[in-house]
Design a protein around this ligand. Structure first.
Ligand SMILES: [Zn+2]
Length: 300
């Protein structure tokens, strides 16, 4: 069995899978807001103890940040301060005496969807997790595209020469056009209601009801997403583009709009066999982390 850990800014979701990636049980607990090394490590130890240490072959972790995947080294986690330059694989491996694998959370999500979900069997696929930020991953020849660090920071591909400042420190990234907080602030600006208490799902519901301002936000979102994806399609020629994360609930609203932009923009042979789909797995973060552990163990 394998222990998979989906490490998020708010929750840590962990579970044990069998050899085929079937989730046997899962546990969810609050993620420490800052670096609390001992809390995190004790939790992992507890989970292994709960599953029965003899039964766990390896541990996989999907972490929300920039990772050296070979070394299992965290460069930093943008939403959880304190974890800079931290050798997680080394520390955990020593403490637990068990193989540990670490990758970026979007890569881990993509791995699960590629092996068991919407992109099963696809040789080339692009994955986007739409949420506060924009996570991304690319599957090439059935494997995650890796750089020296966890590659495919698709959210930080610039699409504008005059864009606003992004969480990564750059400007004009696609994340600043389609990330949750940018959608909310754009909606408030159009409504001229600075203090409006609203979430993306409300804007989406308003758009479905035909509200003009909400529709404008979704049309702009779809245009930006369509233009960005057109670039990705021309580069990677994927068979599938898979959408996960919170905003993917609005998939049926944005899919036809995005498709129209893609049809106009992309070099046409590239869309002949292309499909846009929603992610299928319920616990892709946990399952993907367990698959990562299994595949790294097999390859080591
Ligand atoms: Zn950025």
């Amino acid at each position: 069995m394998f222990l998979g850990i989906d490490w998020g800014g708010t929750y840590i979701k962990a579970g044990v899978t069998d050899n085929r990636g079937k989730l046997l049980f899962k546990k969810v607990f609050f993620s420490p807001r800052f670096k609390e090394e001992s809390v995190f490590i004790n939790k992992v130890e507890e989970l292994i103890h709960f599953a029965g240490p003899k039964h766990i072959a390896a541990v996989g972790i999907g972490a929300p940040g920039i990772i050296d995947t070979k070394e299992g080294f965290i460069y930093y986690l943008p939403n959880i301060p304190g974890w800079q330059n931290y050798p997680l694989k080394k520390v955990l491996g020593k403490k637990l005496n068990i193989p540990v694998a670490v990758d970026n959370d979007a890569n881990v999500f993509a791995l699960a969807e590629a092996r068991m979900g919407s992109a099963k069997g696809a040789k080339r696929a692009i994955f986007l997790t739409l949420g506060t930020g924009l996570g991304g991953a690319v599957i090439i020849n059935g494997n995650i595209l890796e750089g020296r660090t966890s590659a495919s920071e698709l959210g930080h591909v610039p699409i504008s020469l005059k864009g606003s400042r992004c969480s990564c420190g750059g400007t004009g990234c696609i994340e600043t056009f389609i990330g949750n907080k940018y959608l909310v602030s754009r909606y408030k600006r159009i409504k001229k209601k600075k203090n409006l208490n609203i979430e993306v799902k409300d804007i989406f519901n308003n758009a479905l009801k035909g509200e003009k301002e909400a529709l404008t936000v979704w049309e702009d979102f779809s245009y930006a997403l369509g233009m960005f994806l057109s670039g990705m399609i021309n580069v990677f020629n994927p068979e599938k583009i898979i959408f996960g994360g919170g905003v993917s609930g609005a998939f049926r609203v944005f899919k036809p709009l995005v498709w129209k932009v893609i049809e106009k923009q992309v070099m046409w042979p590239h869309i002949k066999n292309l499909k846009l789909e929603k992610a299928r797995l319920k616990n892709a973060g946990i399952i993907g982390a367990a698959i990562l552990a299994k595949e790294q163990l097999a390859g080591s």
